[in-house]
Design a protein around this ligand. Sequence first.
Ligand SMILES: [Zn+2]
Length: 248
Amino acid sequence: MYVHKYLLDTYLPEFPTQITKVVKMDESLAIFCSDTIFYPQGGGQPCDLGILVIDGNTHQVYHSETTEMGIAHLVKLDPSLLTSVGKPCIQRIDIERRLTNAKLHTAGHLLSNIIEMLDSNLVPSKGHHYPDASYIELIENEKTNDVLSVEIINDKIDEIVNKSSRYIQSLTLNLNEAQSIRPLLSQLIPQQTQCRMIVIDGFKPLPCGGTHIGKTSELKGLKVTRIKRKKDRIKVNYLIDGVNKWNL
Ligand SMILES: [Zn+2]
């Protein structure tokens, strides 16, 4: 399984690489590089923004996304870039935005883990980790007594974030192993032979291709604000004090 640079180090702000392809798209250019520290939008996590430095000139990356050709860094059309294939390129991401995204995203994992620990009939199904609108959703296998409350979850967060921090790591499993641990979520990820899983110490791993922080103590200020039930689904809104907007 090929692992992009952005998955190897969440905290890496700058990376020297090489341009492999340039594609013109109306008033923009899609720049492709031999590797990238830019997280492309997906999985409920926003993309990274930043700059590319090519021939000493700075180009703003206003969007990054996965395409059939690889991960595209979109910049404003500049004719001089059309002949830049093979040139060195320094990538620099907006690290503050990256860490905001990684914290909100990792918080979604921690909440999923806490909630399924409190009620094993609830299975994590999806998440949306944008500032001011972060939530996760879980599906209920069978109707149970409603043991969840904002207070109970926030008490558990307090224990794991403020009192007894846990490490967060990635591990690689083969698809069969991932499917046996997470039958529902394993259907939603690329069906490759190997699968990247994220594990918070003491909890069940979740398949994920996003960026994560290294330990739960970095989530200070995390709290659940609302729990809403609808049929067999439960939606949990949350925020992290002081980490609820991008400084654009
Ligand atoms: Zn993740």
